[in-house]
Ligand binder design. Sequence first.
Ligand code: SAM
Length: 267
Amino acid sequence: MQATPLYCAECARRDTAERLAARFALPLVKQRPDSGYWLELGPERLELVTTGKHGAVYAEFVEGAAKHRREQGGGRGQPVAKAVGLKGAKDLPRIVDATAGLGGDSFVLATLGCQVTLLERSPVAAALLFDALERASVHPDTQDIVARMTLIHTNAITWLAEQAELPWSQRPDVVFVDPMFPDTDKKSAAAKKGMQAFQHVIGDDMDSAALLEAAIAAATGRVVVKRPQRGVLIEGVKPSVVLDGKSTRFDLYVIKALRPQDFVGRE
Ligand SMILES: C[S@@+](CC[C@H](N)C(=O)[O-])C[C@H]1O[C@@H](n2cnc3c(N)ncnc32)[C@H](O)[C@@H]1O
């Protein structure tokens, strides 16, 4: 797949554009592209844009849905908090979000007090995330929350394999996985309409089974897979528990409860 170009629309932010281009290996272009998708750095933020009908896509932790979540969020009773085991927990788990995307789930978990390591392999998503974290780190309402979020631009499969070699006490308690699945479910495809530009640029994650296996090898507590309510299971391992929600489902792989027969197709 061709690298997504980065265009700087704001002369005063040329240095920031150069740093982003170097950090995420993005080709910095002098002119705004007239077709396809590109990253555009404006006076306020970095966006993924296109000449087509899709709106701009960006990560955001200060305004909009993130603000609403901060102010009205469901606390430890909300499904994602239950899924990672926050309900009733004395100690907050150390969480690795292996598929950080635009950071929505990581932000919720960090808002609840967890330390979250965000892994993202796409340079486009990682750059959008980096920009949003920078903006949130200088806003009084969000700086404490994003101080608990650490972004690493890497492939989670290899990163988690390295974690699996570490002593037990240094490994993550929970690995959270929310892959971009090739979905046949029409309802969930429609729900994601606003994210079509993001999906188009990043593509489907065809190696989710390898990611799940690496996550299970690295986590000491559990792996949480987020899926659309009717989405198919990631193949390879049977979940220990399934938490059904209205539109989202969480498949839990509780490390201590996994038995050899849960690993499908393995001798
Ligand atoms: C559906 S999105 C995640 C959305 C995210 N939960 C949120 O709240 O914004 C999936 C993301 O995972 C990333 N991803 C998939 N497999 C990965 C891997 N092996 N390593 C790192 N990132 C991965 C994709 O690039 C994509 O950005």
